[in-house]
Design a protein around this ligand. Sequence first.
Ligand SMILES: Cc1ncc(COP(=O)(O)O)c(C=O)c1O
Length: 378
Amino acid sequence: MDYGKYFSDDVPSFMRSPVREIFRKVDLSAIYSFAGGYPSAETFPLEKMSALSEAVVRKYGAKALQYGATQGVPELREAIAARCGVDVRNVQITTSSQQGIDVCTRILVNPGDAILTTAPTYLGAIQSFRSYRAKVYAGEAPAGSKVKFFYAIPDFRNPSGETMTLAEREALVERARREDFIIVEDSPYRELRYSGEQLPTIYSLAPERTLHLGSFSKIFAPGLRLGWILGPEELLEQIYVCKQALDLCPPVFDQYLAAEYLGSGELDRNLAATVELYRGKRDLLLSLLEKYMPEGVSWTHPDGGLFLFVTLPEGVDTVAMYDEALAAGVAYVAGSFFFVDGSHRNTMRLNFSFMDTARMEPGIELLSRIIKSAIWKK
Ligand SMILES: Cc1ncc(COP(=O)(O)O)c(C=O)c1O
């Protein structure tokens, strides 16, 4: 049967994630994987989950298994409002920050509208933007474009680990006010800082025109699919209506678990241990790159998050090199996937959170051999 004729005009704009395609093909735990954006399983509070679940059942009973409010359960909204220092009316719970990106795009963008972002930027956001037939540009849109928002990841950006300085944040806010667009501030890594000083969120600098996206994925567990949006009430009201059609409400049991986890202080205790673990992994990866990478290779030095970004000599193609690397048993993500124009084919993203510490050295040693042979063949 020819199903093509049934599909909507949006379908041809859907993009497959090359990262998720990698996960489909290989068992990442069987190779040296610097590819995914997965947290370390060591950071999941497995031994606390039974007690947390029992507390939820005892405290909330059947309510925990019932439909809940579209904005999220009050207990979690209030806990997040207190943590972020905002009014509870400015908090919408989401079914993860990927949904946050999607609902912001859905309420703001018509086909053909422009979205600005950084180069590189988060691939999952590009997927969402394109699915609404938005035009996505790095930095500047062509004259005459209707720019609806700037999508930024100010803290430890996926994929490069870079952080926007205070001056860059202020300049973006100033430009948004001058050119009149919204800022979508995606911030799932903000609390994973290993060095340097915390900087103000863009939301705190321009609460009237920023939608700030938070997530429990990297500070609790991504399998819960929970996040939040902070923003002006009028924008959240549209997101609230949009979410009624999307999923009625975020997962209720998970929200109560998160509220308990936050309220008991366990989240902060576990987060401190997570930051320690990841700081060590970041430092180890940086020292291994120093030890094994050949001349002409450079990389970012992130203050937090889960990734760093490697630049190889001009002419080395990390997309072409990928199959060989995988066959040898090491995975990365080609950096060009994170550029809206597919450029920068000599770059790659490396994740340092997922793999066991003991496996990192043989993994980087292997990767460096593949890189050296690609440079030599060039
Ligand atoms: C910048 C960025 N935004 C959003 C997400 C999606 O996270 P969530 O699990 O909250 O949907 C990710 C996941 O890696 C990310 O890197």
